[in-house]
Design a protein around this ligand. Structure first.
Ligand SMILES: [Zn+2]
Length: 163
C-alpha cells in the first residue's frame, strides 16, 4: 500500500493545521525569553516564514494570528525585542506602517546602501503606497537614487516584490 506522510495513524488523510505547522518549528522557552523560529528562513530576509495553503506567511505574523486573531489591514506585527526570528506572542505588538519604519530605524536595521534587498524594496513599496513620505525622502533614507524609487513606484524595477 502506498504511504504518504499526510495519513494519520488510522490511515485517513488528515490536514495539517496552521497551528501544527507553526509549533513544529518553534523553540518555545520561558514566557519572557525569545521563542525562535527554527525552520530555515528565505534568502536575504530575516523573518521566519512558512507556507499555509500555498500562502507564504511570516512566522511572527502567524504567531500573532494564532494568539490574537487576524491583523487589521494596514497594520503590522512588530517586535518589542530586536529579534526578527522571535515568535513569542509576548514580544509582539501591532503598529502602523510608520511605527514599523520608526522601529526599524531605531533598531538600526537601516544601514542603507546602493543595492537594495528584497525586504527593503517591500518596505519602500509600503511607504510609496502609504504616501507618508516624498519619493526623494524615501530615496535619501535608503541611500539610493531618486530614479530608483520612481522605477519601483511604476513597476519598472523589482516588480517581483509584491505587497
Ligand atoms: Zn523575542
Amino acid at each position: 500500500m502506498r504511504q504518504t506522510h499526510n495519513r494519520n495513524s488510522s490511515g485517513k488523510f488528515c490536514k495539517v493545521s496552521l497551528q501544527d505547522k507553526f509549533w513544529c518549528n518553534v523553540r518555545v522557552s520561558d514566557a519572557n525569553q525569545c521563542w525562535e523560529w527554527t525552520a530555515p528562513v528565505c534568502g536575504g530576509e530575516k523573518y521566519g516564514r512558512f507556507y499555509d495553503n500555498n500562502r507564504r506567511i511570516q512566522a511572527h505574523i502567524a504567531s500573532w494570528v494564532i494568539h490574537n486573531g487576524p491583523v487589521d489591514e494596514g497594520k503590522f506585527v512588530l517586535h518589542k525585542c530586536d529579534n526578527p526570528l522571535c515568535v513569542n506572542p509576548n514580544h509582539l505588538f501591532i503598529g502602523t506602517a510608520s511605527d514599523n519604519m520608526r522601529d526599524m530605524v531605531a533598531k538600526g536595521r537601516f544601514v542603507g546602501g546602493t543595492k537594495l534587498k528584497e525586504g527593503e524594496v517591500w518596505l519602500i513599496k509600503i511607504l510609496l503606497k502609504s504616501k507618508l513620505l516624498y519619493q526623494k525622502d524615501i530615496a535619501k533614507m535608503f541611500r539610493v537614487n531618486r530614479n530608483t524609487i520612481t522605477a519601483i513606484n511604476v513597476g519598472k524595477r523589482w516588480e517581483k516584490v509584491q505587497l
